[in-house]
Design a protein around this ligand. Structure first.
Ligand code: FAD
Ligand code: 2HG
Ligand code: ZN
Length: 477
């Protein structure tokens, strides 16, 4: 028997075992049917899987993992496949199984009294938001991809988004999780407690682990009171440092009501106006930087006045040059459509080298000046598309390369520009991934910037939970 025959036999044997667990509707083997699971949203990462498995519940997931573990078959867990770091895409070997969680899409319970919602990991983020609202509650996690990403993917990447300033990232919105371990055992950590000091925090170990330690199958999430009033402004300013001062003013004048403070440079907004339809520029003249600021409360009274007086003061002291407060839902939606259209506009405009960095807010302005100058020296024909959740100290400091840039040039430039940008991030005590995670994109960079002790601790955890390295090999670590 040749090695090829052996490979074919073991694959058909694996498929036969998996079919017994998930049935024909849970296994995809056809080349064209698998393709959507093998390429990511950005069309940047792609690979070849041996097959796609779609379990319908936790027991099936556990049984699938037990079989893959026994066969030493590598598994790539996938939710909505909207991740930005290549974490959910199989490699080129054709040996990896994609474990798609999208059939596990049941909302198990809403407990309005205890303010929790219990969901399976394949539920779309938008469906959780809608279900919370139907129960007069609010689930604050909010991302441009919310109509396509799953809560499992949000948990596995510890996703951030546009409401972190007030409500925290996914980790802070989670009370308990259920996980299938690489060997198929189930850990039921679906506790709905706000306090639990009984040893190591296993929940937080799996949150942000990007499918490298286990499969998250369900979660208990925190719900918040549903804000009934919002006031949203679009402002133009001369530079980033002025916006940094405005964040401070908004925080001290509006306190907890401040829920979003997003920054967009002129170049980012211009890209959206060029590539996204049905948006209109909110101010009468252009500005070097813009901010979208949103307050939320249970009471409309005084909310718009509070935002208005904060902005008036900023106009008076020169921190901003112009501002408009939305007078209608349509106007507010237009503001958000511009902000959330930047990712799409970048895809349409060319090839982007993405940087998802976190910095102390006080260091942002100096970082942007230094990084812009350094990139100008390295790559004079590139455009910097800089925007992000500046209120959280999170910039998407992206470098847009001309559309005709070929693959080899792109690879070379990515390595050198990453080093330029990430060295500056490191010097400012920042992080090379604020919210998108490491995946394949930043794996080598992670090795470069993490201390030997930190890497060693991460390897110890990986080795003890996944000794046969079957969970998402080649990603994160
Ligand atoms: P996938 O892409 O399928 O997977 C992401 C990672 O999680 C992979 O490593 C995968 O193996 C792992 N994984 C998925 N499900 C599970 C599971 N059940 N158990 C264990 N591991 C699992 N991200 C932000 O943080 N903030 C933003 O503002 C933001 N905006 C975005 C806007 C757009 C237009 C797009 C396309 C993406 C955006 N993202 C953002 C990135 C992305 O949507 C989020 O990271 C999202 O959380 C990924 O969810 P997903 O279900 O698509 O996960
Ligand atoms: C956002 O904040 C997302 O819009 C995507 O995190 C960022 O496209 C990007 O780089
Ligand atoms: Zn973001």
């Amino acid at each position: 028997m040749s090695m090829l025959d052996f490979g074919i036999q073991s694959k058909s044997n694996l498929i036969a075992q998996l079919l017994q667990v998930v049935g024909t509707e849970g296994v995809i083997t056809g080349e064209s049917d698998k393709r959507a699971y093998e390429i990511d949203w950005l069309n940047k990462w792609s690979g070849h899987s041996s097959l796609v498995v779609r379990p319908a519940n936790t027991q099936q997931t556990a049984e699938v993992m037990r079989i893959c573990h026994a066969n030493r078959t590598p598994v790539v867990v996938q939710g909505g496949n909207t991740g930005m770091s290549g974490g959910a895409t199989p490699d080129d070997s054709g040996a990896q199984v994609v474990l798609s969680m999208t059939r596990m899409n049941t909302i198990r319970e809403v407990d309005s009294f205890n303010n929790t919602i219990t969901v399976e990991s394949g539920v779309l983020l938008a469906h959780i938001q809608e279900e919370a609202e139907r129960n007069n509650r609010f689930f604050p996690l909010s991302l441009g991809s919310e109509g396509s990403c799953t809560i499992g993917g949000n948990l596995a990447t510890n996703a951030g988004g546009v409401a972190v300033l007030r409500y925290g990232n996914t980790r802070e919105l989670t009370l308990g999780i259920e996980v299938v371990l690489p060997d198929g055992r189930i850990w039921n950590g679906l506790r709905a407690l706000r306090k639990d000091n009984t040893g190591y925090d296993l929940r937080d170990l799996f949150i942000g682990s990007e499918g490298t330690l286990g499969v998250i199958t369900a979660a208990v999430l925190k719900l918040h009171p549903l804000p009934t009033a919002r006031s949203t402004a679009w402002v133009g300013a001369k530079d980033i440092q002025s916006l940094v001062r405005l964040i401070d003013a908004c925080r001290s004048r509006c306190g907890e009501r401040l829920c979003a403070f997003e920054m967009m440079t002129h170049e980012s907004v211009a890209l959206v106006l060029q590539h996204v339809t049905d948006v209109s520029y909110p101010l009468t003249s252009d500005h070097p930087v813009h901010a979208l600021i949103e307050l939320a409360d249970m009471n409309q009274e005084g909310l718009a006045n509070m935002l208005e007086s904060t902005l008036e003061e900023a106009l008076d002291n020169g921190d901003i040059s112009d501002a408009v407060i939305s007078a209608s839902l349509r106007q507010r939606q237009n503001f958000w459509k511009i902000r959330e259209g930047i990712s799409q506009a970048q895809v349409r405009a060319g090839k982007t080298i993405k940087h998802d960095i976190a910095l102390p807010i006080s260091a942002i302005s100096d970082f942007v000046s230094a990084a812009t100058a350094a990139i100008g020296k390295e790559q004079s024909n590139a455009r910097i598309i800089n925007f992000g959740h500046i209120g959280d100290g999170n910039l998407h400091f992206n470098v847009l390369m001309p559309a005709e840039t070929d693959y080899a040039t792109m690879t070379r430039n990515t390595a050198s520009l990453n080093r330029v940008v990430h060295d500056l991030v490191h010097q400012a005590n920042g992080s090379i991934s604020a919210e998108h995670g490491v995946g394949q994109l930043r794996r080598d960079e992670l090795r470069h910037y993490k201390s030997a002790v930190e890497l060693d601790l991460m390897m110890c955890i990986k080795q003890s939970l996944d000794p046969h390295q079957i969970m998402n090999p080649g990603k994160l670590i």
